[in-house]
Design a protein around this ligand. Structure first.
Ligand code: FAD
Length: 398
């Protein structure tokens, strides 16, 4: 299907394959500027990584490709989601960084587009796309992760304005965010999922304290965030008061589907790099490791096809189904197996003195993969959902 791209600049009409070619050419000139030099640094510092990501978001916006499948009135192109797939594939192959405002794009934007007021859409969506305003997601708390309905962060109406008090944790990008998409309790303490509301809270204010958490891979991308009578913005409620639960569940299900596209394409690119390393080591690689690599390639191809099917369903207006939960588990297991195999191959390369300077950071990759079975809903909880809602099995009651 041809679409007309009239986003930012001159209108052009093209087909998916010419879009792919256009992207390939665009990356050749755009990427050196995004990397801040002529080639991508193998192990960028955290600050450089953030800066590259921000440049990538801005370059995409300037090219008119920041939100291909979004409605035009919010900065998108109303394009088929298949164009998003092509962009994700070409970005991964070209070695482009991940999107900077990925929490905003993956979670906040669907919430605003589907549940926000007209004024909220107009105020927030374009600055989000341009990465002029960065967003974080304040859902998890020390005692409310998988069991999100037990969250205790409180929102109270003071002189007609909502104020927030409580603690969030594991808040990705909190240190660089302008706004938090936050769930707080507005019903009584026992109201569970019925008494939760979604708010927009500015991060740069005296009522917000951010303490970064440094992880095993040395990244401090997420933080503990303390809200002490923090102010909200004007018109701060997304959706209805006490209607935050359903809204949150819907956007999380989108996170497990559209984000899978980026995750799957990046996994395929990492697998290809590992295949290259194995080929270089030749016969010294034990047959069992070669078998593992083949198994991962089969899983990666299965993922590619499954993710395409999920996207096709979203493309015809269906909400993400239980298959997305299964694919999330399959992806995280594949990613972790790839990380584990990569460090074994790297060990072999070390033994044989075959390490080069431009080797991917496989240890960082391995450590990063450990979190994949936790974020976007833990694998154990996904299995519960698949069992109960997908297969109709009885609820486990210990
Ligand atoms: C890299 C990363 C980034 C994150 N970014 C964000 C963010 O930006 N914003 C945000 O709000 N949160 C974020 N999170 C938090 C994430 O959503 C939670 O870690 C996740 O929901 C699990 O909650 P928890 O850590 O409290 O673990 P818990 O819910 O306490 O779970 C502990 C263990 O018990 C298991 N378990 C719990 N309940 C059940 C059950 N009913 N049946 C079987 N097993 C169960 C879990 O699977 C897990 O293994 C991030 C997490 C990670 C790792």
């Amino acid at each position: 299907m041809a679409i007309e791209l009239s986003a930012a600049r001159t209108p052009i009409v093209f087909e998916p394959e010419s879009f792919r070619q256009q992207l390939e050419e665009w990356f050749v000139t755009a990427l050196p500027a995004i990397w801040g030099g002529s080639a991508p640094p193998v192990r960028p510092t955290e600050a450089d990584d953030m800066e590259m990501r921000r440049r990538f978001d801005r370059a995409l916006y300037a090219a008119g490709w920041a939100a291909l499948s979004w409605p035009r009135e919010y900065g998108g192109l109303d394009a088929d989601v298949d164009f998003e797939r092509i962009l994700a594939e070409e970005s991964a192959v070209a070695g482009a960084p991940e999107r900077y405002n990925r929490v905003g794009l993956g979670i906040v934007a669907p919430a605003l587009i589907n549940h926000g007021s007209a004024a909220q859409k107009e105020r927030y969506l374009i600055p989000l796309l341009k990465a002029d305003e960065v967003w974080c997601q304040g859902f998890s708390e020390p005692n409310a992760g998988s069991d999100l309905a037990s969250l205790t962060t409180r929102a109270s109406l003071v002189d007609g304005c909502w104020r927030i008090t409580g603690q969030k944790v594991w808040t990705t990008l909190a240190t660089v965010s302008d706004f938090c998409f936050l769930l707080a309790r507005t019903g009584d303490p026992h109201s569970a999922h019925r008494g939760i509301t979604a708010f927009i809270v500015p991060m740069n204010q005296p009522g917000v304290t951010i303490r970064p958490i440094r992880q095993i891979n040395d990244s401090a991308e997420f933080s503990e965030v303390f809200f002490d009578d923090a102010e909200t913005v004007q018109d701060p409620v997304i959706g209805e008061v006490n209607g935050g639960w359903q809204l949150a569940m819907t956007v999380l299900s989108y996170e497990r589907s559209t984000n899978l596209l980026n995750r799957q394409t990046r996994l395929a690119v990492a697998l290809n790099a590992l295949r290259g390393a194995v080929a270089q080591l030749g016969d010294s690689v034990p047959a069992s490791l070669v078998d593992d690599l083949v198994e991962l390639w089969i899983r990666s191809e299965a993922l590619r096809h499954t993710v395409r099917e999920h996207l096709a369903e979203i493309g015809v207006g269906r909400a993400p189904g239980i298959g997305n939960n299964a694919t999330k588990v399959y992806w995280s297991e594949t990613y972790q197996a790839l990380g584990a195999l990569a460090v074994q191959i790297r060990g072999l390369a070390c033994e044989q003195g075959e390490l080069s300077d431009d080797e991917p950071d496989w240890y960082g990759y391995y450590l990063g993969s450990r979190a994949a079975s936790i974020y976007a809903g833990t694998d154990e909880v996904q299995r519960n959902i698949i069992a109960e809602r997908g297969l109709g099995l009885p609820r486990y009651a210990p």
